[in-house]
Design a protein around this ligand. Structure first.
Ligand code: FMN
Length: 333
């Protein structure tokens, strides 16, 4: 049997395994890795995993690849390698995205790698308790220019919740976008196991009787029914009414280097809130749906461009990343 990974150093495989735990829109895991030598590689964008309908400019895909880079770099540093890199891409649709060279070093920051394994998007059982001031401080300190917290009960928090629900409803009732989403919904356990990507009942935290329904009666076709779509809108309504508030992460502009910094920051944010025992749930529809995508920055009075709206709060649920593909499916020598 062909085992292409066997020629790759164990340390690099370990770093890649950590990086693969990074978040991505619809859990598409849009990365591919081309190993050039034992210490040199290229991170590529996989067009088969692009979301043409919801993400025509590849904004979400590029942010996800940038989050992957951040995790890669934290894992390398902790394992003893400096990540020297070059941003190869000029547009979010370029295939070759980062060129990376690893240099052994003994004086690098060490991160808590356990947190990478415990970070996961949490969707249920949030309390409405406001975030503690110390926690808000620690979160915004990650990048005071780019991270703002809006309590759910504040005027802007209410605006976000109400408009996000409308944007979600619009996206769910858009046939092309809902059809695209349906390809990433894993109604069959077998398909989820074979593919190792997409959104499972466990990822969406659908339990009990609902989970039985999900596996028994739902399919790609029923995902387009009014019953399924209304159910999803109701679930979003419940989520938006139950949280502490919203964290907004913005970028200076829409250039690729600026998006790169923002994607990295999203992963640093996810790791920080995990450490603090705060749940997070990115909700992208305000940036994806019109007219909100053009109004958002003005409505919440930000000088910069909103790239993430993230529901946050204290939840009784904790879990690590959802399903992932094995290294052999995205690493090639
Ligand atoms: C750029 C980006 C956008 C995302 N947008 C959404 C979203 O709109 N709704 C949602 O439920 N999750 C969203 N997510 C979270 C992903 O669904 C999640 O990261 C993925 O399913 C993997 O699960 P994990 O974070 O638990 O590992 C987004 C993640 C990223 C990186």
């Amino acid at each position: 049997m062909k085992t292409p990974l066997k020629t790759i150093p164990e340390s690099l495989l370990q770093i890649l395994a950590y990086a693969s735990l990074s978040p991505s829109g619809h859990n598409t895991q849009p990365w591919k890795v081309k190993i050039l030598s034992s210490d040199e590689l290229i991170i590529q964008s996989d067009p088969a995993r692009w979301l043409h309908e919801t993400d025509p400019a590849n904004r979400v895909t590029f942010l996800s690849l940038s989050a992957f880079f951040e995790t890669f770099s934290q894992a390398s540093s902790s394992i003893g390698f400096e990540t020297q890199f070059e941003l190869l891409a000029n547009t979010a649709k370029d295939i070759d995205v980062f060129h990376i060279k690893l240099l052994p070093s003994t004086s690098l920051p060490r991160y808590n790698l356990g947190i990478i394994k415990s970070r996961g998007t949490i969707r249920s059982n949030y309390s409405t308790r406001p975030l503690e001031p110390l926690h808000i401080d620690l979160i915004t300190k990650l990048s005071p220019d780019s991270i703002i917290y809006f309590p759910r009960r504040s005027e802007k928090g209410k605006w976000i919740a109400e408009n996000l629900l409308e944007a979600i409803r619009q996206q769910i009732f858009d046939d092309k976008k809902q059809t695209e989403l349906s390809y990433w919904l894993r109604f069959s356990r077998k398909e989820a196991e074979e593919r190792g990507d997409g959104l499972t009942a466990e990822t969406l935290e659908i339990g009990g009787f609902e989970k039985f329904f999900w596996h028994t009666f739902f399919s790609r076709k029923t995902a387009l029914s009014n019953f399924f779509r209304n159910r999803a809108v109701n679930m979003a309504n419940e989520q938006l009414n139950n949280c502490s508030g919203f964290v907004v992460i913005s970028s200076h502009n829409n250039s690729l280097p600026s998006l790169f910094q923002t994607g990295r920051l999203y992963q640093r944010f996810g790791l920080k809130v995990t450490e603090l025992g705060i749940a997070h749930h990115a909700m992208s529809q305000l940036m994806e749906e019109n007219p909100w995508s053009t109004q958002l920055q003005h409505q919440i009075k930000l000088p910069a461009i909103v790239q993430f709206v993230i529901r946050v709060g204290y939840s009784t649920v904790t879990h690590g990343p959802s399903i992932r593909r094995p290294l052999s499916s995205f690493v090639e020598t």
